[in-house]
Design a protein around this ligand. Structure first.
Ligand code: PRP
Ligand code: URA
Length: 209
């Protein structure tokens, strides 16, 4: 599918496998989420524009390149998206961080918004929305719609594990938004959990169950 990127890097695949293991502790899980987010940041930023500058090295003047163009903001979807922020920031220390709070109503499975705080200049920035799980796609699609309503035009979505149903929904609702994921799984179960997935990402990150 156009605009959908699934990473096959061995390090990413290895770490995702460790995360899936139900014996992985909260501490290990949190570290793994950060590490995978950092590895993914490398690929997600591959198309960032560069400009040529002159820099004086101890030896001579070098014509060399630095990042140009729009500045970045990462926007985790609370709660589980928070686990990916530090990994992103370790490669992109200049990025600002916005937060969108959404939870999935367990009965209707529809996303409910409860919090939003974005950088002041958010519409001038390129946004990477973070959430480890893309299940039905309801939360991701709602978050992107919300950001678009704020006038943001440049949005990417980055997750760890996606269900085909979530990719389809987000892609249909927002074909302009590239989707980056570390793995695409088989399906959703009757409770809209990703199979085989890794369980509830928020609970595993924060030890709430
Ligand atoms: C999880 C996950 C996504 C959402 C994905 O969050 O982190 O935000 O579910 O499901 P969807 O694609 O079907 O919308 P959850 O609602 O469990 O909230 P939490 O992060 O606070 O645990
Ligand atoms: N949210 C999760 O945390 N895990 C799933 O499998 C689906 C939604």
């Amino acid at each position: 599918m156009e605009n959908v990127f699934i990473f096959d890097h061995p390090l990413i695949q290895h770490k995702i496998s460790l995360m899936r293991d139900k014996r992985t502790t909260t501490k290990e899980f949190r570290e793994l989420v950060n590490e995978v987010a950092m590895l993914m940041a490398y690929e997600v930023t591959r198309d960032m524009p560069l400009k040529e500058v002159e820099i004086e090295t101890p030896v001579a003047i070098a014509k060399t390149k630095v990042l140009a163009g729009k500045k970045l903001a990462v926007v985790p979807i609370l709660r589980a998206g928070l686990g990916m922020v530090d990994g992103m920031l370790s490669l992109l220390p200049m990025a600002k961080v916005g937060h969108i709070g959404l939870y999935r109503d367990p009965k209707t499975l529809e996303p409910v918004e409860y919090y939003c705080k974005l950088p002041e200049d958010v519409e001038e920035r390129e946004i990477v929305v973070l959430d480890p799980m893309l299940a039905t796609g309801g939360s991701a699609s709602a978050a992107v719609s919300f950001l678009k309503k704020k006038g943001i035009s440049s949005i990417k979505f980055m997750c760890l594990i996606a269900a085909p149903e979530g990719i389809k929904r987000l892609h249909e609702d927002h074909p302009d938004v590239p989707i980056f994921c570390a793995a695409m799984d088989e399906k959703l179960n009757d409770h809209a959990y990703i199979v085989p997935g890794l369980g509830d990402a928020g609970d595993r990150l924060f030890g709430t169950k």
